[in-house]
Write a protein that binds this ligand. Sequence first.
Ligand SMILES: N[C@@H](CCC[C@H](N)C(=O)O)C(=O)O
Length: 264
Amino acid sequence: MTLHFHKYQGTSNDFVMVDDRARTFPADDHVLVRRLCDRRRGIGADGLILLRTQPGFDFEMLYFNADGYLGSMCGNGGRCAVAFARQLGVITDKTHFLAADGPHEATVETDGRVNLRMIDVPGQQEIPDGIFLNTGSPHIVRFLPASTLAEYDVYGEGRAVRYGDTFRERGGTNVNFVEAPQTPEQPWQVRTYERGVEDETFSCGTGVTAVALAAARRGASSPVPLRTLGGDLAVSFSMHPDGSFTNVFLSGPAEFVFTGSIEI
Ligand SMILES: N[C@@H](CCC[C@H](N)C(=O)O)C(=O)O
């Protein structure tokens, strides 16, 4: 069978996108998804997203990590799915779609930036590994001393937390390492070890969302500018006295890279 795919990236978090409205993609074939995401033997990506129809919504996004298994919410992938739905003519410049963590709304700006509403976040938990938040996917946020992020062992330290005792029973976690800005207008710098990719990626949307909310508890105000290895994002929100967050929006570019076909 020939699979037609599109490749998208959002701040260099890259995805194979498949129009699966006809439901022909073998979604249970983990080996196939892993091979398609393989950077040497396949197309190469951090994840694969199926765009499907879903009654009551413009579309549904099914997100698979590069390991071939269904992941939880993907913020950058969600923004790319919106851009893909627009390219397919499924939506115009605003949408209501379904993802692993529930319904999402999004708008597309004239320059192609996508503003994606994330789930409400009830709070954050301080644990020995760092600060834990669920922004649609589980995340640890660790604040580092000034000028240490560039040389930090994100792979080694991220892996130790992801496979550590706290998260072994809970299905693992993503891990974000953060350096605070020297002045309020500068971005918070973030590097992320991603569960399911099992490596550092160039950007993680649910990760920077977790970082922005953790930074808000340390004085950052909305919108929080964030810099990843792959580009800049912004997160806006309403913070409440009980520590919860609503109206959480992740904003940034979502770009078409190329289209192609592969025999599967
Ligand atoms: N790259 C994603 C995060 C995807 C979720 C994650 N890898 C998991 O399943 O835990 C993003 O942009 O949010």
